[in-house]
Ligand binder design. Structure first.
Ligand code: AMP
Length: 261
């Protein structure tokens, strides 16, 4: 009998079109799609962020049902983290910068929960979005190093018509913050346009992003970095395969975005 190919789509719920695009991509190359929904407490370095993270399982299940995705894995916290839990997965170099530097312990939580999900579901493939580009690279490294027999499929970033990258956290933005948040993608697209016109100087490319972010007093940038996509090291000169990654808080909401040049 032919084995059915199973693809896993790990999410933290409060699903949007970005998550659904991952599930559709999973369906395109697999027989069975399993969407996991789990707000993983160990990847939150900020308790307030965890407490305010939007959750609505009923809404998520309705959305998936409409799209014909019928298999959902939504474990309870103590099913994954039993009492006395003490085994952690660490990816070293790739997690030292960017999100890893600003969110201590974040990627340890991510690598650990993804390892548990892979063991629980045993998928042939798993889909991760480029929206969390460093996370995607960390998972690719994890799978390579620890030899998980799972193919990692990259999914492009889904944006609103006006450019804002979809995120579950966007529902927490006030209308005013929502329009300020637009400056994030605006800055990234402006940097890319400048690159396409021939600019290669890294500081100049990130400066146009900063200049957009500085248009709103509601935005506090955390980092804007030009890096090489493969190892995420910062570069002074942009070349093909370079990407700008950024994090900023808009009001109280922390957002990340990135764009390949
Ligand atoms: P999250 O629920 O935020 O942990 O995201 C679950 C998965 O969906 C991750 O692989 C994310 O990279 C991906 N994802 C989230 N937002 C987007 C988006 N706007 N476009 C593409 N993928 C996304």
């Amino acid at each position: 009998m032919k084995q059915r190919r199973v693809a896993l789509v790990p999410t933290m719920g409060y699903l949007h079109e970005g998550h659904l695009s991952l599930a559709r991509l999973a369906a395109a190359s697999s027989d069975v799609v399993i969407v996991s929904i789990f707000v993983n407490p160990t990847q939150f370095n900020n308790p307030a962020d965890l407490a305010t993270y939007p959750r609505d399982l009923k809404r998520d299940l309705d959305l998936l049902e409409k799209e014909d995705f019928k298999i959902v894995f939504a474990p309870h916290e103590d099913e994954l983290y039993a009492e006395g839990f003490q085994s952690w997965v660490n990816v070293a170099r790739l997690t030292e910068t960017l999100e890893g530097a600003h969110r201590p312990g974040h990627f340890q939580g991510v690598a650990t929960v993804v390892s548990m999900l892979f063991n629980a579901v045993a998928p042939d493939a798993a889909v991760f979005g480029e929206k969390d580009f460093q996370q995607l690279r960390v998972i690719e490294q994890l799978v390579k190093d620890l030899k998980f027999p799972v193919e990692i499929i990259r999914a492009p970033i889904v944006r609103e018509d006006d450019g804002l990258a979809l995120s579950s956290r966007n529902v927490r933005l006030s209308p005013e913050e929502r329009s300020s948040a637009l400056l994030i993608s605006k800055g990234l697209f402006e940097a890319r346009a400048l690159f396409q016109k021939g600019e290669r100087n890294g500081s100049k490319l990130t400066a146009v992003v900063h200049s957009q972010l500085s248009q709103s007093p509601l935005i506090a940038p955390e980092y804007v970095e030009l890096v090489r996509e493969d190892d995420l090291t910062p570069i002074a000169q942009a070349a093909p395969g370079a990407r700008i990654l950024l994090a900023a808080t808009v009001g109280k909401v922390r957002l990340i975005d990135n764009l390949s040049l």
